[in-house]
Design a protein around this ligand. Structure first.
Ligand code: MG
Length: 387
């Protein structure tokens, strides 16, 4: 059985700023350390946490953000403190994107000098970080989230309000069903009965069998399909024809990345929209996807946080691409960050926290299948009380 509480590994400033021998960190006269002042540098700290999935999570390709047997999720919670206010963010590193817990911690250890002393200057901070850590965008995303959380808490405003967005316009989320046996599929579909949209992972030789079973279990729900690069490029058209009869809402990342001509050719015959996920990592990827895909799946941990996601949304709109807003399997801290901008999406897939048995954060809402950010300041979530 999974543990019921996350395992925290604490880091403190002493890990980042080694002290000399005999240095206690307190002033020599015995007074307590002075409180932080607004012009002090930001304090960046982090903790590893472990959570567990309700069901083992599997997809078609290697390098999932959920490692091992699909039951354990390790994430890094980043904290930025400044002027008495603390902002939190989450790093969900994905091996497929050449990120790991270790690479996140190495990046964080090198990031502090690039933060400066004004957490409200988010654009400049993110630009500096991407200049140095462009391939570690899950880490940049965590810092971006923490900066936005800090900003919102400082102003006593939700981030969606600062951004001028209206969360009541947010479309409902899909609920993801990973690759599974048909027996487990039945249980998962029953669990997801309250969701109008299901997203099923395919990309194996049993796709028609899986979709036949799913359609019989869920005759009225909308179905999205995610192949996670699983179909050979030369077979996309054939696979699309095989599954068209199931009345699908969209198909996500049918084949391996970079096979754009094969996707373009298949799309000419596709009856459902094709959405890029692994092909759509960062803003620079978007222009080449126009005319190839119908939409792009934007995830904060792929692109580097809210600032980069908003840039991707603008670019996608310019290129007549639909917007899907997704997430990794992550806690409701990371999902809450995405929820701030979900009203801008055509398709929402923000169920990562709902796949966890022991989400360590609370405050994110779910109403009639819509993931709703809280009214609290910042990202609107707080750590669950320790049992
Ligand atoms: Mg996907």
């Amino acid at each position: 059985m999974p543990a019921t509480s996350p395992r925290f590994r604490h880091y403190s400033e002493s890990d980042l700023c080694p002290r000399t021998a005999g240095d206690t960190g307190n002033p020599p006269n015995g007074h307590a350390p002075r409180p932080p002042l607004p012009w002090d540098p930001m304090k960046l700290t982090w903790q590893r946490i472990t959570a567990h999935t309700k069901y083992p999570f599997r997809i078609a390709r290697a390098g999932s953000s959920v490692g091992g047997d699909g039951s354990t999720v390790e994430r890094i919670i980043v904290s930025i403190a400044h002027g008495g206010t603390v902002g939190l963010g989450e790093a969900a590193p994905t091996p497929y994107y050449r990120q790991s817990l270790d690479s996140v911690e190495q990046t964080l250890a090198q990031a502090a000098p690039h933060l400066g002393d004004d957490p409200a200057d988010v654009d400049a901070i993110i630009d500096r970080l991407l200049e140095h850590f462009d391939d570690q965008r899950a880490t940049v995303a965590a810092i971006d989230m923490a900066l936005h959380d800090w900003l919102g808490k400082s102003r006593q405003q939700p981030v969606w309000s600062i951004l001028g967005l209206d969360p009541t316009q947010t479309p409902p989320t899909s609920m993801t069903i990973g690759l599974d046996s048909l027996e487990l599929l039945e249980r998962k579909v029953a669990d997801a009965a309250d969701f109008a949209i299901l997203k099923i992972k395919v990309g194996t030789g049993r796709d028609v069998e899986t979709l036949t079973a799913l359609r019989s279990l869920a005759p009225h729900q909308r179905i999205r399909v995610d192949a996670n690069c699983g179909w050979p490029p030369e077979s996309i058209g054939e696979r699309m024809r095989e599954i068209a009869r199931f009345g699908l809402e969209l198909v996500e990342q049918p084949t391996s990345t970079g096979a754009l001509e094969a996707v373009r050719a298949a799309r000419a015959h596709a009856r459902v929209p094709l959405v890029a996920d692994e092909d759509s990592v960062r803003p620079a990827d978007v222009p080449a996807l126009a005319g190839v895909y119908d939409g792009v799946n934007i995830k904060l941990s792929k692109c580097g946080g809210l600032r980069e996601a908003l840039r991707m949304i603008d670019l996608a709109r310019e290129h007549n691409l639909k917007i899907m807003l997704g997430c990794m399997v992550e806690t409701s801290l990371g999902v809450a960050a995405a929820a701030q901008i979900a009203s801008l999406a055509d398709y929402v897939d923000l169920d990562g926290h709902l796949l966890l048995a022991d989400d360590p954060f609370t405050g994110l809402g779910l109403r009639d299948g819509v993931v709703t950010p809280g009214d609290g300041p910042g990202l609107g979530v707080t750590p669950c009380p320790q049992p």
